[in-house]
Structures are given as structure tokens and as C-alpha cells.
Design a protein around this ligand. Structure first.
Ligand code: NAD
Ligand code: MG
Length: 400
């Protein structure tokens, strides 16, 4: 007997990345519930071709023409019907197409801004992994979702945990009067116990070897500097209408508790699970229902005892910079995120040391002299100017 319930058509942005892998795994496990409408990728065309072979999406999107031509050849060789399209308009169309129900944002960095907005403005269910666009847009992203009727579900494990610990409600952004604070947990990353001197000599390979999570390169470095937690602090303020002072960060090296909500009566609700992104992704895809994820069950005897400690802002100044940017508001979060992307890229290219990352960000925050009316155009110009200033400093101070 066939089910009369329509399958959900899903667009997976950044399908070739780590979020993409986990999302496709859930879709494969639940092929009775989900169909892949479109996938996108940037450089790993072999992997994108393999995804097309396996899932037969209607569209495959690349960033540029060259990649599209290369993919097109592979698709033809495999006699697939998948249509290959590329560029900004292509991204817009697979995010806003009337046949699409769900868009998963797995692109890394500011590059995901316009596709995320396309999905939100088209009123889709948008599963947000790509946190940088949220940080750039601030509260206006919530207003856009309200205007279009889009449902935003965070996939970031911390925000997904918070969502699971809040009473079920229609919108994320309603201020929950009975909530007194949010506690974002952080593993502390690979350098949690390193001294300042040791931090100055860590290599990209060490930085991307996260102790608990397997993720893309940029977010792995962000986890090592604690900037990831800083971006998540800003993300939490936006998604849950919280003041930065009511969002705390606590280091929890076991990564079993993914975050907590503190209520005014002194109750804390926490969400626990193994560190596997398939859990929040399964929750997001089925939201507000639940489906299996295939993740390993949490073995409490192996992850105990649970430890908690304060983050050390002296050794990890990126978290301090992010908190200051959250409090300052305005263009500060945009500048923070853009300068961080440049600095992380420079660290991975061996142009600067790990400990120079916060120096580049702080310089850019202190130097930029711009204002923004919150329009997408101005947000993009602030992003561009912040990148120019960061790159300039790296060239002047750290090259040669
Ligand atoms: P990744 O590096 O593994 O994958 C990035 C994806 O983005 C790839 O598919 C790549 O092709 C695509 N991409 C890169 N540059 C692009 C561009 N200019 N235009 C279009 N596409 C481009 O990264 P990831 O770890 O999957 O992270 C993706 C996003 O999700 C990030 O914003 C990250 O902060 C967030 N996130 C990831 C995890 C995780 O466990 N990996 C957890 C929480 C949040
Ligand atoms: Mg996270």
C-alpha cells in the first residue's frame, strides 16, 4: 500500500560538506518521507556527482560555470535527469521554488546569506546550520520570517537543544517570560588546557582535530578559538530574543549536554545526546514530530563524570570579542564575522598564527567606520569593508 501523505521536497545547500553528509544520511534513512529537490556544492564536484547518482535530485547547483560544466559532463555520463544550474539566480530558484518544502542551509560563512534569505522570504521551513547569515542580519531575519510565514529551525546543536527545552510554540522568537537565561555549552575545543605560549604555536592540523565533533574546517577552527561559541551567543540572542547578558557560556568537555534553559523558578531543562549532528537534523526535518536519526545512544557510564568550567577569556579572547559585539549591536556582529572568516582563512594558509586571529578581528572592529540601515546591500558593504581592512592588516603586519 502506498502512503497518501506527500513527501517533503528538500533543498540541501552545501550538500558536499559535513552538514550535507549528515542531512543526506537522514534523508536516505527516511526516503518514504523526504525527496531531494536540489543540492548545491562549491568545489568538490566529484562528491556532488556522486550525490546526484545516489539521490537523483531534480537540480544540482554550483557556484560558477566551470564547476557546472564539469558536473554536467559527469551527469551525462551517468545518464541522469538532474539539471545542472549555477550562480546567484540558480541558488535563489532552488531555495524559493514553489515545489520546495524545506531548505537546509549547510553553506559555510557569509556566502550563505543570499540563499538563506531567498528561502526565508519564500516562506519555507528553513533548517539553519549556516550561522553566519543570522549573525550578519540580526533581528531583521526574524522579522522577515514573520512576514513570509517561514518556519526557522536551528540545527546548531546548542540552539536545537534550547528549542527542544522550550515549551512547544509556533514561533521561535516570542520572549518566554518564564525563561531567565540560556546556557550554551562548549566542549572547549582541542586547546582547552593549552597555555597562551602553547597556543601561539598550534598548527591548522591540530586546530581542525576537534575532540568530540567531526565538522568542516572553518567551524573546527572557530571551535578551537571559541569564536564558534561567540557566534552562537549572537545566534541565540537573535533566535530566542534574549539579551546577551542572559546567555551564558559554560565549558562542558564531555559534549553530552548540548545546552540548557534556566527557568525563573530555578529549574534547568537540558537536552542530551551523543555528539552527532544527525540528531538535531532529524529533529529539524521532522519538526515538530520526531523520527529516528541512527545516532549512537549516549552511554552515561562512558561520558561521566560531567564537568563544567568557566571559559577563560584571557586565553580565548574571541569569545570576549563576540560578547562585546553582541552587546554593541549595529554593525559589530557583521564585522566580527567577516574579519573572523578572513583571519581563519589566513591561519589555515599559514599566513598568521592561531593567536593572531583575535588580533585581526579586534583591529577590524576598532578601525571600521561605517553605519548600516540594516538593508542587505549595506550589510554586504560592511562585510566587504571588514574583509578589506582585515586583509590589509594581514598583508602589512604578518606577511613576509
Ligand atoms: P563544510 O566546510 O564541511 O561544508 C561547507 C559547504 O559549503 C560545502 O558544501 C561547500 O561546497 C559549500 N560552500 C563553500 N563555499 C561556498 C560558496 N562560496 N558558495 C556556495 N557554497 C559554498 O562546513 P560544515 O561543517 O558543513 O558547516 C556548514 C555551516 O554549518 C557553517 O556555517 C557551520 O558553522 C554550520 N554548522 C556546522 C556544524 C557541523 O557539525 N559541521 C554544526 C553546527 C553548525
Ligand atoms: Mg554548535
Amino acid at each position: 500500500m502506498t502512503s497518501s501523505r506527500k513527501k517533503n521536497a528538500v533543498t540541501v545547500l552545501g550538500a558536499t560538506g559535513s552538514i550535507g553528509d549528515s542531512t543526506l544520511d537522514i534523508i536516505a534513512q527516511h526516503s518514504d518521507k523526504f525527496d531531494l529537490f536540489a543540492v548545491s556544492g562549491n568545489q568538490r564536484i566529484d562528491k556532488l556527482a556522486e550525490i546526484c547518482r545516489r539521490f537523483k535530485p531534480i537540480y544540482a547547483v554550483t557556484v560558477d560555470r566551470l564547476a557546472a560544466e564539469c558536473l554536467e559532463k559527469r551527469i551525462k555520463l551517468d545518464s541522469l535527469d538532474t539539471k545542472v544550474i549555477y550562480g546567484e539566480v540558480a541558488f535563489h530558484s532552488v531555495c524559493s521554488h514553489p515545489d520546495v518544502d524545506v531548505v537546509v542551509t549547510g553553506i559555510v560563512g557569509a556566502a550563505g546569506l543570499l540563499p538563506t534569505l531567498s528561502a526565508i522570504d519564500a516562506g519555507k521551513k528553513v533548517l539553519i546550520a549556516n550561522k553566519e547569515p543570522l549573525v550578519m542580519m540580526g533581528q531583521s531575519i526574524i522579522l522577515r520570517a514573520q512576514a513570509s510565514g517561514a518556519t526557522l529551525v536551528p540545527l546548531d546543536s546548542e540552539h536545537n537543544a534550547i528549542l527542544q527545552c522550550l515549551p512547544q510554540r509556533e514561533r521561535l522568537d516570542l520572549p518566554e517570560k518564564s525563561v531567565s537565561s540560556l546556557l550554551l555549552t562548549a566542549s572547549g575545543g582541542p586547546f582547552r588546557t593549552f597555555s597562551k605560549v602553547e597556543l601561539a604555536h598550534v598548527t591548522p592540523a591540530q586546530a581542525i582535530a576537534h575532540p568530540n565533533w567531526s565538522m568542516g574546517t572553518k567551524i573546527s577552527v572557530d571551535s578551537a578559538t571559541l569564536m564558534n561559541k561567540g557566534l552562537e551567543l549572537i545566534e541565540a540572542c537573535i533566535l530566542f530574543s534574549m539579551h546577551p547578558s542572559d546567555v551564558r557560556v559554560v565549558i562542558h568537555p564531555q559534549s553530552a549536554i548540548h545546552s540548557m534553559v534556566e527557568y525563573i523558578d530555578g529549574s534547568y531543562l537540558a537536552q542530551l545526546g551523543s555528539p552527532d549532528m544527525r540528531i538535531p537534523i532529524a529533529y529539524g526535518l521532522a519538526y515538530p514530530e520526531r523520527i529516528t536519526s541512527g545516532a549512537e545512544k549516549l552511554d552515561f557510564t562512558k561520558c561521566s563524570p560531567f564537568e563544567f568550567e568557566e571559559p577563560d577569556l584571557d586565553r580565548f579572547p574571541c569569545l570576549r570579542l563576540a560578547r562585546e559585539a553582541a552587546e554593541a549591536g549595529g554593525i559589530a556582529p557583521i564585522v566580527l564575522s567577516a574579519a573572523n572568516e578572513v583571519a581563519v582563512g589566513a591561519f589555515l594558509n599559514l599566513q598568521i598564527r592561531f593567536t593572531d586571529i583575535p588580533t585581526v578581528i579586534e583591529f577590524t572592529l576598532d578601525t571600521i567606520d561605517m553605519i548600516s540601515d540594516g538593508s542587505v546591500e549595506q550589510i554586504l558593504s560592511v562585510d566587504e569593508e571588514a574583509r578589506r581592512l582585515s586583509k590589509g592588516l594581514i598583508e602589512r603586519q604578518f606577511s613576509g
